[in-house]
Write a protein that binds this ligand. Structure first.
Ligand SMILES: *[C@@H]1O[C@H](CO)[C@@H](O)[C@H](O)[C@H]1NC(C)=O
Ligand SMILES: *[C@@H]1O[C@H](CO)[C@@H](O)[C@H](O)[C@H]1NC(C)=O
Ligand SMILES: *[C@@H]1O[C@H](CO)[C@@H](O)[C@H](O)[C@H]1NC(C)=O
Ligand SMILES: *[C@@H]1O[C@H](CO)[C@@H](O)[C@H](O)[C@H]1NC(C)=O
Ligand SMILES: *[C@@H]1O[C@H](CO)[C@@H](O)[C@H](O)[C@H]1NC(C)=O
Length: 360
């Protein structure tokens, strides 16, 4: 015991790390994963200019730009698990396995970067559905496996430890995680809380919206995307408020990233761990500079340029492509599976409590 204690202390201090740069900065190697702020892409796979899209660039470009948190929504289809928004007829971002293949390719050539995946599971697919995909895509070997299903803030490894161990992907599952059979898919809500999502007013107050633990001892993710309501077929839906992107994704000012983070820090006394954005590329480097400042490191030197979808939509009305994109197959699905569709996009006025499964 006498000899083990100093060794353990040494390991915790990170003084035996091989990694010299982590997520672009030497200082981050000795920082615990639970003490770093990452910029995330909300619905990372939903790339394009349809009403159900949230991003301009595909996952490889997102990672190259500096996105380190990838939020996904899984749906079962005849040929495997797809990444869809609400329903695969409305927006089909392709197979989860193909998406993960791109992530594997990126992390294998960027071994000093820690990437987080937040997998949402609206259909309650069992973990046994995901395990073969994690394995065949090659991502399994990169998945960090914690020592228990939920970790205290102080128990998370440092980025340097994750890099040294080549466990540079930290993956969370919102529902149905099973530590005993798939420890690499970490239960989200016993480790992390989220604030409100699909909000239409930009007050971003940072109250706890979903958790199954005690918020003050968990990491937290803020849903920093602003929606607007869009009427279709006699019902109102929440869709991204594209007209407000330059304010929502700004550094400071009412409704900005800085404003939201400020509300959080005032309430919780620490910075958010993950900041999820829609169309993160609309304000160039701003989100990444904000994260650098929160992390106390220098600003990244790459330049983020706007992707195609935003360029073609920001000047138009909020839901520019809505009716045309909802025509054919999506509308068929809307009529045929109305309840699922409505639940999925979120009907205006529908309330949720605790661990609600309204898709977003
Ligand atoms: C997923 O879909 C396939 C094909 O329709 C089906 O055989 C399988 O049972 C589904 N899996 C789950 C978990 O629902
Ligand atoms: C969580 O957020 C949703 C969407 O913004 C909202 O409708 C709901 O009332 C919130 N629930 C709680 C418990 O705060
Ligand atoms: C944001 O974009 C809108 C529409 O293009 C424009 O009217 C507004 O002035 C812009 N706001 C800022 C803060 O740049
Ligand atoms: C990291 O720790 C510092 C010092 O306690 C704190 O100011 C900061 O908010 C923390 N960041 C996160 C994401 O926990
Ligand atoms: C949505 O509709 C617009 C306008 O018709 C079209 O240019 C665009 O390609 C469509 N996007 C998708 C993802 O189908």
């Amino acid at each position: 015991m006498f000899t083990l204690l100093p060794l353990a202390a040494l390991a915790l201090a990170g003084s035996s790390l091989a990694a010299t740069t982590c997520n672009g900065h030497a200082e981050l190697c000795s920082r615990q994963y639970s003490n770093v702020t990452f910029i995330g892409a909300h619905d990372s796979y939903a790339v394009g200019d349809s009403i159900a899209d949230n991003q301009d660039k595909d996952v490889t470009d997102q990672l190259n730009d500096g996105i380190r948190t990838l939020q996904l929504q899984a749906h079962n289809a005849s040929d495997g698990v797809h990444l869809c928004h609400t329903s695969c007829a409305l927006l089909d971002g392709g197979l989860l396995s193909d998406y993960l293949g791109k992530v594997v390719s990126w992390v294998s050539s960027n071994p000093n970067d820690v990437v987080t995946i937040i997998l949402t599971n609206p259909e309650n697919l069992p973990v046994s559905t995901y395990s073969p995909i994690l394995s065949s895509s090659g991502i399994e070997t990169y998945l960090y496996q914690p020592s228990s299903s939920s970790l205290a803030l102080s128990d998370w490894p440092t980025l340097g430890e994750l890099v040294d161990q080549k466990k540079t992907v930290v993956a969370f599952l919102d529902f149905e995680a099973d530590f005993s059979t798939e420890p690499g898919l970490i239960d989200e809500f016993s480790n992390m809380w989220e604030d409100a999502y699909d909000v239409t007013d930009a007050s971003f107050q940072c109250a706890v919206n979903r958790t199954s633990g005690s918020a003050s001892s968990q990491m937290y993710m803020i849903n920093h995307f602003l929606d607007t309501t869009y009427a279709f077929g006699g019902t109102s839906f929440f869709v991204p408020n594209k007209d407000a992107l330059n304010t929502t994704n700004a550094e400071s000012g009412d409704g900005s990233i800085g404003y939201h983070v400020g509300n959080c820090v005032q309430l919780w006394g620490r910075n958010p761990n993950h900041i999820l954005l829609d169309f993160y590329d609309t304000t160039s480097n701003v989100p990444f500079n904000v994260a650098a400042s929160l992390n106390g490191v220098s600003q990244p030197t790459n330049t983020v340029t706007a992707g195609d979808a935003t360029t073609s939509t920001t000047s138009g009305s909020t839901a520019k492509v809505s009716t045309s994109n909802l025509s054919s197959s999506a509308v068929g699905s809307f009529d045929g599976a109305k309840n699922g569709f409505i639940l999925a996009l979120g009907i205006v006025g529908a309330g949720t409590v605790g661990l609600s499964k309204v898709f977003m």
